[in-house]
Design a protein around this ligand. Structure first.
Ligand code: IPE
Ligand code: IPE
Ligand code: MG
Length: 248
């Protein structure tokens, strides 16, 4: 049997790779394997995110969307939820300036009303401070659910009285102004979406890795990109698109 070619890391993002979405999973298991509390994994997860941000900037990827907290994550034990909320506040306080200085524009997508006022203010401040940046748009999905996004878009559409179409619905989704993800990476070994972007991933390429999120870094990102570079995206067509194949 021919051995499968292992893709090499890439130095620059493959052409057409504009938007990477990441389900940052495996923090709890990373910590448990080290006999640490699960929250330690979340803490180290912030460093992994910083490394991936650096990787996107270095390789010229303009959009990164990360899943930080799902609408279902509220169902975790209360002490883990409260530790996560504390960590978000700390991370925003510590990292916003540095990210903004790197040219990152921060945006938060998800239902914000669930957060307390200090957290909502920090989110707003981070968005305001970085609003003019253009090097990398970092969308942080927090209290986000793909189903919630679709429902809020439908409600907005209904309120506006616009006719329902793919285009009009897409315009009311949280990431309306961002191209659909080209590549979705999920760390931590699970092969599922867990209510992350639903509409937007219709033609996204998936990359699943067993690496636990705190261990994921720029190099792991480069490997994911190299894997993506080998994919053939057809969007329902055939390739190479043969003239005369189309049925009139
Ligand atoms: C992802 O890591 C972070 C959040 C969901 C907030 P997990 O906490 O889900 O880690 P595992 O999957 O239990 O290892
Ligand atoms: C998805 O991971 C959410 C985030 C990474 C923020 P989960 O750990 O919550 O997903 P499930 O429960 O394994 O599906
Ligand atoms: Mg998990």
């Amino acid at each position: 049997m021919a051995s499968k070619q292992v893709p090499k890391q890439v130095e620059q993002a493959p052409p057409g790779l504009r938007h990477i979405a990441v389900v940052m999973d495996g923090n709890g298991r990373w910590a448990q394997r080290r006999l640490l509390p699960r929250t330690a994994g979340h803490k180290y997860g912030v460093d992994a995110l910083k490394s991936v941000v650096r990787g996107c900037i270095a390789q010229g990827v303009p959009f990164l969307t990360v899943f930080a907290f799902s609408s279902e994550n509220w169902n975790r034990p209360a002490d883990e939820v409260s530790a996560l909320m504390d960590l978000f506040v700390q991370a925003l306080r510590r990292e916003t300036r540095e990210l903004a200085a790197q040219g990152v524009r921060l945006r938060f997508v998800g239902e914000r009303s669930a957060f307390d006022t200090p957290m909502r203010e920090l989110m707003q401040q981070a968005e305001d401070l970085s609003a003019a940046n253009t090097r990398l748009v970092l969308n942080v999905a927090i209290n986000y659910g793909g189903r919630w996004d679709l429902v809020q878009a439908m409600q907005a559409l209904q309120a506006s009285g616009e006719p329902i179409s793919e285009e009009s619905l897409a315009q009311h989704l949280c990431l309306a102004d961002v191209p659909a993800p080209d590549l979705l990476i999920r760390t931590g070994g699970e092969r599922r979406i867990s209510n992350f972007l639903l509409w937007q991933i219709a033609y996204t390429e998936f990359y699943f890795t067993d690496i636990l999120w705190p261990d994921f870094d720029e190099k792991s990102l480069a490997l994911a990109m190299a894997d993506y570079a080998q994919r053939e995206r057809r969007f329902g067509t055939v390739h190479p698109q043969a003239p005369g194949l189309r049925v009139a």
